[in-house]
Design a protein around this ligand. Structure first.
Ligand code: U2F
Length: 402
């Protein structure tokens, strides 16, 4: 095993839920290639590390994954995804501190720089214990701050993540509050967005041959449906969406979290035949860049939004929790690249049919696409040689490695 030569040791603390750890690892890979003698220790839970390192094969020997405790007692199965998140939040920062201590003891290399998900308010505390003269760094992959910036359109209190308004004692609300208070102590805050966007290098897993299937479709004729990596809408919404997709004139690809054979209407898959594809996982980023895609039905997770922007694809927004309502507000009112389905409540056959027609086949839809393509141009400009994304990335590399 090759051992990094430099005494520098960067600890990276990832948030193991949703799509937080993947983009963080991609960023770290980019920095780590600049100096292969610097050790990067990447901390997340066992499940998260297994998934993240499988999807983003690094090939870099200076990035080491380490597992932290997930807060779940041996043999216990959380009753719902939120419980797993809450148990993890109760276990931190102890779990991170002890994992870091073990790695320092094992390697004999003290931590000299800290990169954390913005959620981790305790990053500032850990960083304050770093050796004299070296600073901590918090890396934000969150979208919450960003969506408040520069918007001429008022946000509604109800757009805020649920607990933040109704139950400010809950762990997520407490974490967000502490994040807001400590974020400014970071040496640098990196935001995964246009001014920081960087092409994502992932292995394309297309077991269901979605891309090949798209090749045979007309331009802008296909609806892509995905609610990210965690969400499955309620049964009545799934039925409404399935019925609307079955009846409409457009083909579709639906990335479905859950058991689509059990959760979709009986006979649905047989009836749609080759008009649609329902898959457990799709190469979303590549799909959204394909000219056959006409619209994306989305929960408005931040990564999906960036990918739609890069593909120039308008969105039909069905936000569920967290930042998603704020994101929807920006998509609809500020950037004008998508449309929200009705304000209160989810999909009905009627509202999904109406929004599908207006985005796929009307002047309104054409304008949204035009706006999305304009944003795509901006994004490309920022990641070209002297674009602001590249300049910011170089600043970040300089901070971490110098
Ligand atoms: C949480 O969001 P999610 O992880 O559920 O959703 P996204 O941020 O949109 O990220 C989903 C990623 O998974 C990829 C897709 C995105 O990069 O391309 N993907 C895929 O490749 N194939 C599929 O079939 C389905 C998805 C949270 F819920 C949100 O509120 C936050 O905005 C987000 C980021 O913090 O994390």
């Amino acid at each position: 095993k090759v051992v990094p030569f430099s005494p520098k040791h960067v600890a990276v603390l990832a948030f193991p839920f949703g799509t937080h750890a993947g983009p963080l690892l991609i960023m770290v890979q980019r920095i780590a290639t600049e100096d292969l003698d610097v050790r990067f220790s990447f901390f997340s839970t066992k499940i998260s590390n297994a998934k993240t390192f499988k999807l983003n094969k690094t090939g870099l020997w200076n990035i080491y994954p380490y597992n932290v405790h997930d807060g779940i007692p041996e043999g216990y199965v959380p009753r719902h995804p939120m419980e797993a998140i809450e148990r993890f939040m109760y276990a931190m920062p102890r779990n991170f501190r002890s994992a870091i201590d073990e790695v320092v003891a094992e390697t004999g290399n003290k931590i000299t720089c800290l990169i954390t998900d913005a959620f981790y308010w305790f990053g500032a505390e850990i960083a304050s214990g770093l050796p004299f003269g070296l600073q901590g760094l918090t890396l934000s992959l969150s979208t919450l701050k960003l969506t408040f910036l520069g918007s001429g359109h008022p946000m509604k209190v109800s757009d805020l993540p649920e607990g933040v308004v109704r139950d400010i004692e809950n762990p997520m609300a407490t974490m967000l509050h502490k994040m807001g208070v400590t974020l400014s102590q970071a040496t640098a805050v990196a935001i995964n967005s246009f001014v920081d966007v960087h092409p994502i290098i992932v292995n394309v897993h297309d077991e269901e041959r979605c891309l090949e299937w798209l090749e045979k479709r007309e331009k802008k004729s296909v609806v892509y449906v995905s609610f990210g990596s965690v969400i499955t809408p309620s049964p009545h919404e799934l039925f409404a969406l399935a019925e609307a997709l079955e009846e409409c004139e457009y083909s579709f690809i639906w990335s479905f979290v859950g058991n689509h054979k059990k959760q979709l209407p009986e006979g649905f898959l047989e009836r749609i035949g080759n008009k649609g594809k329902v898959v457990a996982w799709a190469p979303q980023n590549e799909i959204l860049q394909h000219p056959a895609i006409g619209v994306c039905v989305t929960h408005c997770g931040w990564n999906s939004i960036l990918e739609c922007m890069l593909g120039g694809v308008p969105m039909i927004c069905r936000p569920f929790f967290g930042d998603q309502k704020l994101n929807t507000r920006m998509i609809e009112n500020e950037w004008r690249i998508g449309v929200a389905i009705d304000e209160n409540g989810g999909f009905t056959r009627e509202n999904i049919t109406r929004t599908l027609v207006s985005t796929m086949s009307s002047e309104k839809g054409r304008l949204m696409r035009k706006n999305a393509l304009e944003l795509r141009e901006c994004a490309i400009k920022e990641i070209e040689c002297n674009g602001s994304s590249i300049r910011d990335l170089n600043t970040l590399i300089h901070i971490v490695l110098s």
